[in-house]
Design a protein. Structure first.
Ligand SMILES: NC(=O)c1ccc[n+]([C@@H]2O[C@H](COP(=O)([O-])OP(=O)(O)OC[C@H]3O[C@@H](n4cnc5c(N)ncnc54)[C@H](OP(=O)(O)O)[C@@H]3O)[C@@H](O)[C@H]2O)c1
Length: 236
């Protein structure tokens, strides 16, 4: 990654307040300055303090990425070298039990926010001739399951969006990667779910690191990571 005008590249991470986004922030903090986006400002501030202890300068932006106007106002024109589109929601329930609000929220956060956030940040990358857009997809982007009508639909969208965007901007020096994890131990799942067998958020963060740290001429476009049983303790 070519450095920004600052001494360190800048990474913008959506959904950085918890779960996988929090882990990505910690993973990138030693080598990047960070812009952290989510709705919960107090959680963002706590993540920022952890990242600053690892050497990053951090800007927190409390914003709902469903809101096109707010997202454009807050993000347009920011210098961003690495964009991690991570914010996402999941409501796993049979179609006939799903409310219109649950349907629209998943489409708004998992699909429409990709437009709002990427549209604000990508022009600067293209103008500078370098950058990386990394999107957290899911194995649900090529699988189906009962209760997944909307969630799997949104993640199938992510796969088409990511590959098409990659083809559009790679000749401008901008890489597009999609990381597709299997199940990850986060609060995306309802309380009471057995999560002991799942991937850890840090595993997904390491996959993001692998994608964005590839040599300049090599693009890791699609990277699938899955849990392997038995779950192994993480090396310190
Ligand atoms: N967990 C898994 O098994 C799994 C597997 C494959 C892929 N994924 C994907 O990984 C991504 C992260 O999921 P996670 O497991 O880390 O979930 P999580 O722990 O529930 O975290 C979701 C993050 O998204 C943010 N977010 C949600 N709605 C938002 C909105 N309207 N505006 C701004 N930020 C919003 C949340 O922040 P606030 O609430 O503070 O706004 C939070 O930081 C998602 O795209 C998910 O689909 C997860």
């Amino acid at each position: 990654m070519t450095p920004s005008a600052n001494s360190r590249p800048v990474a913008l991470i959506t959904g950085a307040s918890r779960g996988i986004g929090h882990a990505i922030a910690l993973r990138l903090a030693p080598k990047h300055d960070l812009i952290l986006v989510a709705r919960d400002e107090s959680l963002l501030m706590a993540v920022a303090a952890e990242c600053e202890a690892l050497g990053a300068s951090v800007q927190c932006i409390a914003a709902d990425v469903q809101n096109a106007l707010v997202t454009a106002q807050r993000l347009t024109g920011l210098h961003v070298d690495v964009l991690v589109n991570n914010a996402g929601v999941a409501v796993m329930k049979p179609f006939l039990e799903m409310t219109a609000e649950e349907w629209h929220r998943q489409v708004d956060v998992n699909v429409n926010a990709l437009y709002h956030v990427t549209r604000a940040v990508l022009p600067g990358m293209v103008a500078r001739g370098h950058g990386h857009v990394c999107i957290i997809g899911s194995t649900a982007g090529r699988n189906t399951f009962v209760g997944g009508t909307c969630y799997t639909g949104t993640k199938h969208f992510v796969m088409g969006f990511a590959e098409s965007l990659m083809l559009e901007v790679r000749d401008a020096g901008v890489g597009v990667s999609v990381i597709t994890p299997g199940s990850v131990d986060t609060d995306l799942f309802p309380a009471g779910t057995n999560r002991t067998w799942m991937l850890e958020p840090q595993n997904v963060a390491d996959a993001v690191g692998f994608a964005i740290e590839a040599p300049p001429h090599m693009l890791v476009h699609r990277l699938e990571v899955r849990p392997l049983s038995p779950k192994r303790p993480r090396a310190s």
